[in-house]
Design a protein around this ligand. Structure first.
Ligand SMILES: Nc1ncnc2c1ncn2[C@@H]1O[C@H](COP(=O)(O)OP(=O)(O)OP(=O)(O)O)[C@@H](O)[C@H]1O
Length: 611
């Protein structure tokens, strides 16, 4: 024996209120929508919706198509049944509703829904009153109504009365319905206007722009940097994108105000634009995009995907046109929103050209565009981290090696992609080791004279795994430079890992370690720097504060070189290992001891001292 499903209405309403709708406020949207749809279904171009509050109830009147008694049973009392799905012969997309559940949302605020209706489709149709109860019962009785149309009446349930207050109803009607093509009044005050502001006629573009600026201030509270018209005909979409006048994090969710057939879908709809387009906030109205059943988000389908691409293309074209017609404005825009544009440039050649020509990068010769940088430094290099750039830009610049900072998000990928738009636009990463090859070598006599010093210095740095060299380079103000080549960096990381790893892994890492090039980090002392030069000249027989003749000049050279080593590490913002910190400490205290003892030692040489 076959049986029919039973529906527990309370359960269904509970489901809607807890899981489908984000707020009971949507009840008014659903009533408004049904009224507008009924007017659409009646046709003839007229019609109006009147909302009345007060007297402890809410009434929504429409002079739409109405319902016959038969339709009342079939449509109002059947959950999931909708007249807006092709049966009336109207193209479904003329209607706002489609799911056949909207009316139930009235149960979010009332225990009883009363619908008084008279059909316009049948001559002399009898008026009908339908009363639906939240517990699932309903009754149908003769109604009182002279004209075709429908009146829905709700009485608030205890606890939801504030949602039916006049001011709240007016606000809700305005929020959801202010762009509707059918006139809507709340207690006699019209809340609908002339439709979407971006479609309104204006005597000239300047006045249109002023009106849209004011609209943006009203809606979003900011003065737009620019206004871009949007269109995606396939999706029946028109609208405007307001360019944000301040920078935003690229991770900010793009939240836009979306209307579907002039009824507000939601104020913070995601997924309307491509992810990179986080620098605008949009208001759009679409006739063909579909809502999810909650009517609070866009249904993700192919149409939405193609609309998204069409809108992205609009924004892209706006940028390209700006580059051609108003470079100063483009530069201003890029200062605010470079991250979004860089993200676009990763996939889009046109954007890459814009970035190359207009976006300023930090370089060793001051800020300039990549195109300008390549022109000035055909052999230029890029630093792939901000630290590397900070560390080496002065030195590289002084050696005539142009260096551009590619340490921020997307920079390195952008530079690597440049040959896609210009085969000659090749920039190579800087290998710090190559800088030393550009440093001046001392003349052989000077080099020879410094041998004892270098030997002492090397002994002081051996425990740190660092090699000492001496060169003559600019800037002269720099006493010493700590350089790690890429392979040395790798080796150092490996050693650190091995210190932390257990035995098995330490062996594996050790084996790997032997396989990589053995060049060590270098401390390059700058012979052009006066302090460094004095350190290299420290007499090997300087008196020791400890008075121990064996620990004399060697000790001082060691302390000084270790001091330079520590200072070079700090200056270059290199990470300090525990052993580095210990050396830095020791050298500081040791030098302090020399400083404190030396005057006395100089005045009163100890017997036997100074050998
Ligand atoms: N004011 C009205 N005038 C005439 N018919 C109405 C009115 N309100 C509701 N109806 C009828 O009741 C049916 C069910 O309405 P309901 O709001 O539950 O669903 P819907 O509007 O079809 O779809 P959705 O769930 O997307 O809102 C409608 O399809 C319509 O035929």
């Amino acid at each position: 024996m076959e049986q029919a499903f039973q529906v527990d209405l309370r359960g269904v309403v509970d489901l809607l209120s807890r899981h489908l709708y984000s707020s009971p406020r949507v009840y008014l949207r659903e009533l408004l929508q049904n009224a507008v749809d009924a007017i659409t279904a009646r046709g003839g171009g007229g019609g109006a919706v009147r909302i009345e509050t007060g007297g402890g109830r809410l009434r929504v009147h429409d002079d739409g198509v109405g319902l016959t008694e038969d339709e009342v049973h079939r449509l109002l009392a059947t959950i999931g049944r909708s007249s807006k799905r092709d049966e009336l012969g109207f193209a479904r997309h003329d209607f706002l509703g489609q799911f056949g559940i909207g009316l139930l949302s009235a149960f979010l605020v009332a225990d009883e829904i009363e619908v008084e209706t008279r059909s316009a489709a049948v001559p002399d149709a009898a008026p009908v009153r339908w009363t639906g109860l939240a517990d699932g019962r309903y009754r149908v009785e003769p109604g009182e109504r002279d004209e075709p149309g429908t009146t829905v009446t709700l009485r608030p349930r205890p606890g939801t009365a504030d949602l039916l207050e006049p001011a709240v109803v007016a606000e809700l009607a305005h929020t959801y319905g202010s762009l509707l093509p059918v006139p809507v009044t709340v207690d006699g005050v019209q809340i609908t206007g002339d439709g979407p502001p971006w479609l309104a006629p204006h005597p000239d573009p300047a006045r249109r722009r002023r009106a849209l600026d004011a609209y943006c201030r009203d809606l979003f509270g900011f003065e737009p940097y620019d206004v871009i018209d949007l269109e995606a005909p396939e999706a029946g979409l028109t609208g405007v994108a307001f360019v944000l006048p301040h920078a935003v994090a690229p991770t900010a969710r793009g939240a836009h105000r979306v209307y579907l057939k002039r009824m507000l879908l939601a104020e913070n709809v995601e997924g309307l634009l491509p992810d990179w387009a986080f620098f605008v906030r949009c208001v759009v109205d679409a006739g063909e995009l579909r809502p999810t059943a909650s009517r609070e988000a866009l249904y993700e389908d192919e149409l939405l995907e193609s609309a998204r691409q069409a809108l992205g293309e609009r924004l892209r074209q706006w940028l390209v046109r700006l580059a051609e017609t108003d470079p100063a404005r483009l530069r201003g825009f890029l200062r605010l929103h470079h991250l979004g544009v860089k993200a676009m440039a990763l996939h889009d050649d046109e954007m890459l050209r814009i970035v190359d020509r207009w976006l300023e990068f930090e370089t060793s010769a001051g800020p300039m565009t990549l195109a300008e940088f390549r022109r000035r430094h055909p052999q230029g290099r890029f630093a792939s981290t901000v630290e590397e750039f900070r560390r080496l830009s002065a030195v590289a610049g002084a050696q005539g090696v142009g260096l551009v900072n590619a340490g921020y998000v997307h920079d390195t990928e952008i530079i690597r992609r440049l040959p896609d738009i210009d085969p000659d636009a090749v920039l190579r990463p800087l290998d710090p080791a190559e800088l030393t090859t550009r440093f001046g070598v001392l003349d052989p006599a000077a080099e020879l004279a410094l041998r004892p010093f270098l030997a002492a210095a090397q002994r002081a740095l051996d425990p740190l795994g660092c090699e000492v060299v001496i060169r003559d380079f600019d800037p002269a103000s720099l006493p010493a430079l700590y350089l790690t080549s890429r392979s040395a960096q790798h080796r150092q990381e490996m050693e650190q890992a091995r210190e932390l790893a257990d035995d098995l892994w330490a062996d594996v890492l050790g084996a790997l370690d032997d396989a990589v090039a053995a060049d060590r980090p270098q401390l390059v002392l700058n012979y052009r720097n006066p302090l460094t030069r004095r350190i290299t000249a420290l007499a090997a027989d300087a008196p020791s504060p400890s008075g121990d003749a064996a620990r004399t000049g060697d000790e001082l050279v060691g302390l000084a070189v270790q001091g330079l080593y520590g200072q070079a590490l700090l200056l270059g913002q290199h990470p300090l290992r525990p052993v580095d910190t210990a050396v830095l400490n020791r050298s500081f205290l040791g030098l302090l001891e020399w400083a404190v003892h030396r005057p006395r030692a100089a005045e009163e040489p100890r017997p036997g001292g100074g050998e």
